[in-house]
Design a protein around this ligand. Structure first.
Ligand SMILES: Cc1ncc(C[n+]2csc(CCOP(=O)(O)OP(=O)(O)O)c2C)c(N)n1
Length: 563
């Protein structure tokens, strides 16, 4: 049977386990858009902005651990998508971005939205810093068949992979004579290398004799069970990056805090003191600025192991004596656990111990005093902890701005990937848009903590309404770009205009078809959250917060001062 390339491409994507696609349509992409719409296995979300679509696809991919499609038309569709594409690549999702280019015979004739081969090939850089890991420009049938093989091979690799597929509209419509060929995704090889195995033995010896600290990054999200078993049985302490929060239960007594933006620098420095923990094992983090606040710089006298894939990405952030082990983390830890001859811990040992965070529960103290008609952000954190995390076991995402400082510092998670934030690219609007990808991926509730500025930059509330996604935008409404306003002050600069005119986000939500709430006290916030979660509403909760509350930004300010 003859089918079009667009139809074959969609069957190929289904074989790769793709079951969701997010994007915005346009003339260049009609055949693929149509084929995606007709798929019985792929749910299509037609979004309001291309970057919104890519943020959503990336978040869906990370929550589901599977490749996800984003699509856009050529020209402005591609340029609009770029912020999301860059963030997806940095975050390590498995993104397949599909768009188009102008046919070569038509280039140079001022066609609408002209997009050349060169335009999209420059999105791939040899130094690894581009927008994609791979770009496929497809204008002939043989290009197409070769691209399918390469894409399937790339997605077999266990690390993230961001792929750009640019296929001319003519070829999308062309007929495939042999009925197409489907290439299964396949599974990566099992086991670890001889070299990694010898490092397992070396680390096990070090751990037998010296106190060890695990520093857990997002790359270790599939290794939660083995990590917990090893840490509990060897009584090793654990710290995490913001994206690593919850991989080891944050309320466990062995957990000693999060590093990076919003961290308690003194506490982290004490944990990393080589007299306290001579051995430090870094798992799957690039130790970027917002993940580490460069706390690794104090490790000159420690024995350090780094375990993870793509270790070249972290090379310049590791102290020189680090023993770098290029290995899939869960397999390495499984082998370490065997070598240490750890018996299975009892269920009691694995259970997180719910000790309330002392920092969080001082929220009613003087410093967190409730201002008239405005909530202190720490009270908002307390409500989020009790309701979204502890009561409903929900997903919580924090947008760039003060939201991710408050949440990094004060919220405690007990499961991997439940906390979503972007410390690599930190684009405002990432979660105001990407929240729909999280909501589409889970039956748990999905709550985005979003600054008023980020919310106004762009959001996908309307898309959530259209597809009845139970996503909740909790807008931290302080009437300004507060991170900038307070940052200027902390840096000793004169104030500049950071104000945002008063905005009623409940009304904005309602105007888009969502349920809207406006709250300025704790009880009303609790009530709105519980109602929105239990009724599985698409909701916008406008929370009036105190703009004078000072977030724990010291580390970031120190870094900015050194720029
Ligand atoms: C796309 C983008 N533009 C600009 C910035 C720089 N920036 C970081 S935080 C911030 C202000 C955030 O304001 P808001 O969303 O209201 O959150 P608040 O800090 O007030 O809680 C800005 C402009 C950014 N991170 N991303």
């Amino acid at each position: 049977m003859e089918i079009t390339v667009a139809d074959d491409l969609v069957k190929f994507l289904e074989d790769l386990r793709v079951d969701a696609a997010f994007g915005v349509s346009g003339g260049f992409i009609v055949p693929v858009w149509q084929a995606l719409s007709q798929s019985e296995k792929i749910r299509l979300y037609h979004c309001r902005h291309e970057s919104g679509g890519v943020f959503a696809a990336s978040e869906y991919s990370l929550c589901q651990n599977q490749p996800t499609v984003a699509f856009a038309t050529a020209g402005p569709g591609i340029t609009n998508a770029l912020t999301g594409i860059k963030a997806a690549r940095i975050d390590g999702s498995q993104l397949i971005f599909i768009s188009s280019i102008t046919a070569e015979a038509k280039t140079g004739r001022w066609c609408l939205q002209e997009t050349t081969r060169q335009d999209v090939e420059t999105l791939l850089q040899n130094d690894g810093q581009g927008y994609f890991d791979s770009v496929f420009v497809i204008s002939t049938m043989s290009d197409y068949l070769a691209a399918k093989k390469e894409i399937a091979a790339k997605l077999r690799e266990p690390s993230g992979c961001s792929i750009g597929v640019f296929i001319t509209t003519t070829l999308q419509k062309a007929l495939l004579e042999d009925g197409g060929c489907n290439i299964a995704g396949g599974t990566p090889p099992e086991g670890i290398s001889e070299k990694a195995l010898s490092q397992v033995h070396k680390l096990a010896d070090d751990m037998m004799t010296q106190k060890t600290l695990f520093w857990v990054g997002f790359g270790a999200r599939h290794a939660a069970e083995n990590l917990t078993r090893i840490a509990v049985k060897t009584q090793s302490s654990v710290i995490s990056t913001p994206r690593g929060k919850g991989i080891f239960p944050e309320k466990h007594p062995l957990y000693a805090g999060a590093t990076g933006l919003g961290s308690n620098g003194e506490n982290i420095a004490a944990q990393l003191d080589p007299r306290r923990h001579p051995v430090v094992v870094i798992l799957g983090s690039r130790l970027s600025e917002l993940s580490s606040s460069r706390a690794q710089d104090q490790l000159s006298d420690s024995i350090i192991y780094y375990i993870g894939l793509n270790s070249r990405d972290v090379a310049s952030n590791l102290p020189p004596q680090t023993i770098v082990i290029e290995c899939e983390i869960d397999r390495f830890l499984a082998s370490l656990s065997q070598t240490l001859r750890l018996k299975e811990p009892t269920p009691q040992q694995l259970l997180p111990v719910f000790t309330p965070s002392p920092e969080l529960f001082t929220a009613n103290s003087e410093d967190a005093e409730r201002k008239e008609n405005a909530l202190h952000p720490r009270i908002v954190m307390q409500v989020l902890q009790e309701i979204v995390i502890d009561k409903y076991d929900g997903y919580l995402a924090a947008d760039a701005g003060n939201s991710f400082v408050w949440t990094n510092r004060f919220l405690k998670f007990s499961r991997p990937v439940r906390y979503r934030t972007s410390t690599g690219f930190g684009a405002m609007g990432h979660y105001a848009c990407g929240l729909i990808g999280i909501a589409a991926s889970t039956t748990h509730c999905a709550v985005g903590v979003i600054g008023d500025g980020a919310m106004l930059m762009g959001n996908e509330v309307s898309t959530a309404v259209q597809y009845k996604l139970p996503a909740i935008w909790l807008v931290m409404n302080d009437g300004c770009y507060n991170m900038c306003r307070q940052g200027l002050d902390m840096l000793g600069n004169a104030p500049l205009d950071c104000d945002i005119p008063a905005t009623d986000f409940a009304l904005l939500g309602k105007s888009l078809g969502a349920t809207g709430y406006r709250v300025s006290d704790k009880a009303a916030l609790e009530e709105a959250l519980i109602q929105a979660i239990s009724a599985r509403q698409t909701a916008v909760i406008d929370v009036i917060v105190d703009r004078y509350a000072v977030p724990p930004l010291d580390d970031r300010i120190n870094t900015l001062q050194k720029l």
